[in-house]
Design a protein around this ligand. Structure first.
Ligand code: ATR
Length: 272
């Protein structure tokens, strides 16, 4: 049995064990996937112990994604850019490879599950923390016409834009400085957690704007509610991204890609 785990703090509400169990069942993969609560200062010790006892792969969630980045010995290109990782894999020679599958999960959910075209489009990304850094390279690889990063702390948006400027037309600004309407707006701030809303001008929206919140919960997120209240017809929450980032990690570990459609549907049904 190949052993996998997700490490975080807190970890109680993680859906990853359920998602990976569903993926494993599809192909009758003989694997075990557990969740581990790790003390705040204890990631490196826990990861070291996990891999030295034969663990095959880890997922990493809040607040250990930067710790996991430092722990690894090898990196995918997108992981290097993100400087934070949600996936570790033990290679045959014992080195640990780090990947960040959040961005490709977001892109797959948008483009494959929801048929939202990103190429040539005007995209607005809200937030400039780890969650946004993690998705920038995969988003820019879709070749949007323009990608604007808006953040409460403007300097962080500007710095992030500069870090990724070689990958496309990307700029940073504050929420109130956002100009014009966008085809796609992605909320990557943690404002929804506290029920808050980034103060975005409604002129950023048209009825055809696709609004995507990386967060999810039982009803609409505050951001998606705001979008609908202002006439937007397509709002999407982050549940599909959650399953797609898991599918990408599973593919890296196992060498074959699981079906995600039924897994997303099952999680959605559970919440009703
Ligand atoms: P994460 O890993 O979720 O990205 P983070 O790195 O702490 O967490 O980043 C949180 C992001 O949400 C930041 O962009 C933060 O804005 P600041 O950079 O100005 O701190 C944003 N954020 C958090 N609470 C917010 C709020 N109430 N309104 C707007 N933005 C908020």
């Amino acid at each position: 049995t190949d052993l996998y785990s997700v490490m975080g703090n807190p970890i109680g509400h993680s859906k990853s064990p359920q998602i990976h169990a569903a993926f494993a069942a599809q192909a009758r993969d003989n694997m075990l996937y557990t969740a581990q609560l790790v003390p705040l200062e204890g990631f490196a010790d826990a990861a070291e112990r996990f891999f030295s006892h034969g663990g095959a792969g880890l997922n990493i969630t809040v607040p250990f994604k930067e710790d996991a980045y430092r722990f690894a010995g090898e990196y995918t290109e997108r992981a290097k850019r993100a400087q934070a990782v949600n996936t570790l894999k033990r290679m045959a020679d014992g080195t640990v490879l780090a990947d960040n599958t959040d961005g490709v999960g977001l892109v797959r959910d948008l483009t494959v599950n929801h048929q939202v075209e990103l190429a040539g489009k005007r995209i607005l990304l809200l937030g400039a923390g780890g969650a946004v850094r993690g998705v920038l390279q995969p988003l820019l690889e879709q070749q949007p016409a323009e990608l604007v990063i808006a953040n409460r702390t403007v300097s962080k948006a500007a710095a992030l834009a500069e870090d990724f400027a070689d990958l496309g037309n990307v700029s940073g600004c504050g929420f109130t400085e956002v100009e014009g309407a966008f085809d796609v707006i992605i909320n990557g701030t943690s404002a929804s957690l506290s029920g808050e809303l980034p103060p975005l001008p409604v002129s950023a929206l048209t009825p055809a704007t696709v609004c995507y919140d990386m967060m999810y919960g039982s009803g609409l997120t505050v951001f998606n509610q705001w979008a609908q209240d202002n006439g937007v017809t397509t709002t999407i929450d982050g549940l599909g991204m959650l399953v797609e980032q898991a599918a990408e990690a599973f593919t890296l570990w196992r060498g074959h890609r699981p079906q995600t459609h039924n897994v997303i549907a099952a999680l959605r049904n559970e919440r009703r």
